[in-house]
Write a protein that binds this ligand. Sequence first.
Ligand code: AMP
Length: 191
Amino acid sequence: MFNLILFGPPGSGKGTQATKIIEKYKLKHLSTGDLLRAEKKSGSELGKKIAELINNGNLVPDEMVQEMVKTFVFNNKECNGFIFDGFPRTVAQAEWLKEMLNPVNAEVNILLHLHVDDNILVERILERGKSSGRDDDKDVSIINNRIEVYHNITQPVMDFYKSQGKYRKVDGIGSIDEVFDRICNVIDSET
Ligand code: AMP
């Protein structure tokens, strides 16, 4: 199993690149944002709680997200590996993931950091908001909150993997194909 965390701020292109990576390397795409939006759309009580958090650009509690990740991994355990997109977003989630993969003799192989400067992110997300249908992509103050949450809460996740020698950085500026080539170079040197 090859498990990769696709890491980066909101708007860094994780979803776009994940789609290309799964096609080339036959991995399974696990996007916690997608899983949460599906629950939100279902209109369940849980979905309503999730909607309020997402719509304000705040994180959903670790336990809720972890439960979804566990179910997804269990339902797809025969695959070649996972691309974790948007997960882990807290150090507690990263620690939990390590424990969850341990019993099946699997681990996170690398964290791939798509690096994009903050000033470009807002513009990119607003552009995406024109077609994404996501409320959290339309309002500048919510977008700024998401970026702040990323710096304050999510970025320490990088250090967790740096200390294990699993951190890899890729420049996220350029065309989709240029960035994808950089990502492939990193993956190919690991497998
Ligand atoms: P994304 O599609 O990855 O940008 O995620 C959209 C929103 O879903 C985030 O702004 C959070 O509110 C929520 N979310 C996604 N993944 C996580 C996670 N791992 N932990 C907590 N909240 C999350």
